[in-house]
Design a protein around this ligand. Structure first.
Ligand code: NAP
Length: 282
């Protein structure tokens, strides 16, 4: 058994499956860069084994870790404290053990904001309307982020209306709902377009999204990062809009966990990005 009560803190990422996770590469890079003698390892934990794994965390084998699919919701029941924002988002992706207490938070919304701040500085300066495509788990983190930056109107366009209605209920009056087909109705007012659907993965594209109807100077962000330049981003760039890819969100969401477990606020460097791009063959 690894003991994190020694001078060498141990952290983890759990999911099922887990082999695809890039988190060990990210945290491994920072551990090496800052010369920290700690560890970060991936564990494949099936849903039936989640409780037993959490007992290992509570028993001080680890200082904390990341949670990915399918445990992001279920793990909340095992936390002593859940950050209110993670409660609103409905998912926890980062755990920190404090003594025997487990604290859960969601860092995706911070990752989303830090990525836009780095990739399109000033993006929120004069932002009134943002369009969010999709209403799944990632959309909830993006909504929390946009509300934190006081975006006055957030238009959610989703294929399945019921899913979008649930978001409107949870996130309040700044949310307006529509279907993907309504894009051109809202686009002229929008200073930001964010894709949170899984369209874009593997190079897939939206059937009909008239990007040219977006407001002048709009920023287009795709949180899908496989490929790095999705068809949506390529089209947006061709239309002259500023574009931000989704890889930075993945890198930046990892920083609060690393800081809490290993005591060092890590930097998202171009070298780290290049390593992940190369490891993923992007
Ligand atoms: P999710 O909960 O399964 O939601 C998927 C969303 O995509 C739903 O809104 C769904 O619409 C929509 N969708 C899927 N196929 C569609 C299609 N053919 N036509 C129209 N809409 C479609 O997934 P998620 O967890 O939110 O993740 C979404 C994407 O974000 C994934 O690609 C994931 O890798 C990426 N992501 C990236 C980061 C990052 O750090 N960059 C973080 C989190 C997630 P319906 O409601 O109609 O089904």
């Amino acid at each position: 058994m690894i003991s994190s009560s020694s001078s060498s803190p141990a952290a983890f990422v759990i999911g099922h499956p887990i082999a695809h996770s890039k988190s060990p590469l990210i945290h491994g890079y920072w551990l090496e860069r800052y010369g920290i003698s700690g560890s970060y390892r991936a564990f494949d934990v099936a849903p039936a084994d989640l409780e037993a794994f959490m007992a290992r965390l509570r028993g001080r084998e680890f200082v904390g870790g990341n949670i990915t699919i399918p445990h992001k919701e279920a793990v909340m029941a095992h936390c002593d404290v859940v950050d209110p924002l993670a409660g609103t988002i409905g998912a926890v992706n980062t755990l920190v053990r404090r003594g025997q207490e487990i604290h859960g938070s969601n860092t995706d919304y911070l990752g989303f904001l830090a990525n836009l701040d780095a990739g399109a500085p000033g993006w929120d300066g004069d932002l009134k309307t943002a369009i969010v495509l999709g209403a799944g788990g990632a959309a909830r983190a993006v909504l929390a982020a946009l509300i934190a930056r006081e975006t006055s109107r957030i238009v959610i366009l989703n294929r399945t209306p019921e899913r979008a209605q649930a978001l409107a209920r949870d996130f309040g009056p700044s949310v307006t709902l529509g279907r993907l087909e309504d894009f051109a109705v809202f686009a002229p007012e929008a200073g930001l377009l964010v894709n949170t659907t899984s369209i874009g993965m593997g190079g897939t594209r939206f059937d009909d999204l008239p990007l040219e109807t977006l407001g002048e100077g709009a920023v287009v962000n795709d949180i899908v990062y496989t490929p790095l330049v999705t068809p949506l981003l390529a089209d947006a760039r061709a239309h002259g809009y500023a574009v931000v890819d989704g890889l930075g969100m993945l890198l930046h969401q990892a920083t609060p966990g690393f800081a809490a477990w290993f005591g060092k606020d890590p930097e998202v460097t171009t070298e780290l990005r290049a390593r992940i791009v190369s490891a993923m063959g992007l």
